[in-house]
Design a binder for this molecule. Structure first.
Ligand code: SF4
Length: 424
């Protein structure tokens, strides 16, 4: 509560802390953090052992359907236990989907609270079916944000990896890349121009088999450090695969990342520079007609954690001023990056703080997630919401920069904002 009594707009708050009692948070639960990472993995059964509402909550991941099954625990299961129900459901799931290489079983609040022994059930079903079953112990109450779910999911993914031989041609894994709006394809195309193949995109485009063989890569490209840094470190220690942090958001970051990757694989400089030059020329010519609309406009960012800095840099490259950046479950590295674009950075803002930022900083546009978009809209302020759906396309690479500029332009120029009168 102390922070909201201060007079500053969006006072700086340390990240990695629990929500202050009494304030509303837009954070998700640990289970949802696990779904965020594991949900898109194909060749797997995803079974939620809990109330049906949990599976409903986890059926869309980053705006894309992520098939999930549930044991639909009810009162009787809470009183007498749901082990038999879970066992039957798992065997039935493998019967219906025999091509599945394994299963993720999510423990949510209900099964977590009654202390269901899911591990024993998983072992019994493995003996019957011969399939690997990973127990995702992620009851919503077991952490104060989705971060814990990300971490435990990457630990489970790590357990699936087997040592395999490396090919001769350069191969990379994309780690912490979530294929929002089709971004994985854009990154793949850019790397292919340098003769580099992508083995797997974790977890934007990942199958169980690709994960098992991901030690064949020569390099891990780390996108979201918040979710993937520990995983990359463990892969370095266990499989001697180095990693480097890259970003394909914005022209400057894309160029810097391509140069770093080119250096690592000793690709001739002229080849890398050709890709950069062609990409920038194409992007700038497409963005040019919209640029005058962007100059001097003020933007407020309220996003998860990883996109804070990268999206801010894209705004700056287009000529907007970032008046403040707030993360929902921030990490220190992401806050440091955000400080390079604005002096106002905070974590887990409450409703009061966001309202104050809207009224005092008067942004022309707000970049935020789908859950937080309604407040600025009520204030009559245009919103660019994340994750962007497939129809809006990727925001990564040169194509992405053009898509991002187009969407900003559409938001800022939409006639509805001139008709709307804010009541605040
Ligand atoms: S908080 Fe608990 S009950 Fe709610 S969605 Fe998360 S795991 Fe399920």
């Amino acid at each position: 509560m102390l922070s909201i009594l201060k007079t500053e707009v969006l006072p700086p708050k340390s990240c990695g802390l629990a929500t202050e009692p009494g304030s509303m948070s837009q954070r998700s639960c640990v289970y949802f953090g696990a779904r965020y990472v594991l949900g898109p993995i194909r060749e797997a059964i995803h079974l939620v052992h809990g109330a049906v509402g949990c599976s409903y909550y986890g059926k869309m991941v980053r705006g894309t359907p992520a098939p999930v099954w549930t044991t639909d625990m009810e009162e009787d299961d809470v009183i007498f236990g749901g082990r038999e129900k879970l066992k039957k459901a798992l065997i039935e799931a493998f019967r219906l989907k025999p091509e599945a290489k394994g299963a993720f079983v999510y423990i949510t609040c209900v099964s977590g609270l009654i202390g269901e022994d899911v591990t024993t059930v998983a072992e019994e079903v493995t003996q019957i079916t011969g399939k690997t079953i990973k127990v995702v112990s992620c009851p919503g109450f077991s952490g104060f944000s989705q971060s814990k779910g990300h971490d435990l999911s990457y630990n489970l993914i790590f357990e699936l990896i087997k040592p395999v031989k490396k090919p001769k041609e350069p191969v990379v894994n994309l780690v912490g890349e979530y294929n929002v709006g089709g971004e994985t394809q854009v990154i793949k195309e850019l790397l292919e121009k340098l003769g580099i193949k992508v083995h797997v995109s974790l977890t934007g485009e990942a199958t169980w088999s690709q994960i098992e063989t991901m030690s064949r890569a020569h390099l891990n490209l780390m996108f979201c450090g918040a979710t993937a840094e520990n995983f990359c470190r463990k892969m370095k220690e266990s499989f001697s695969i180095p990693f480097m942090k890259v970003s394909f958001y914005g022209l400057k970051s894309t160029a810097a990342s391509l140069r770093k990757i080119g250096d690592f694989f000793e690709i001739p400089e002229y080849r890398v520079e050709k890709v950069i030059e062609e990409g920038e020329k194409w992007a700038l010519s497409n963005i040019f007609p919209w640029r005058k609309v962007f100059y001097g406009k003020k933007a407020l960012i309220v996003l998860g954690t990883y996109r804070l800095g990268p999206q801010g840099k894209m705004l700056k490259e287009l000529g907007l001023e970032v008046v403040a950046a707030a993360s929902i479950f921030g990490r220190i590295d992401d806050h440091v990056e955000a400080y390079s674009i604005t002096s106002r950075v905070t974590d887990n803002p409450g409703d009061y703080e966001v309202e104050k930022a809207l009224t005092l900083l008067k942004p022309d546009i707000v970049l935020t997630n789908a859950r937080d978009q309604w407040r600025p809209i009520k204030f009559g302020i245009p919103v660019l919401s994340f994750p962007q759906p497939k129809e809006r396309g990727p925001y990564a690479g040169y194509k992405g920069m053009v898509n991002f500029a187009r969407d900003l332009h559409r938001c800022l120029n939409a006639p509805v904002w001139r008709l709307l009168k804010s009541e605040f």
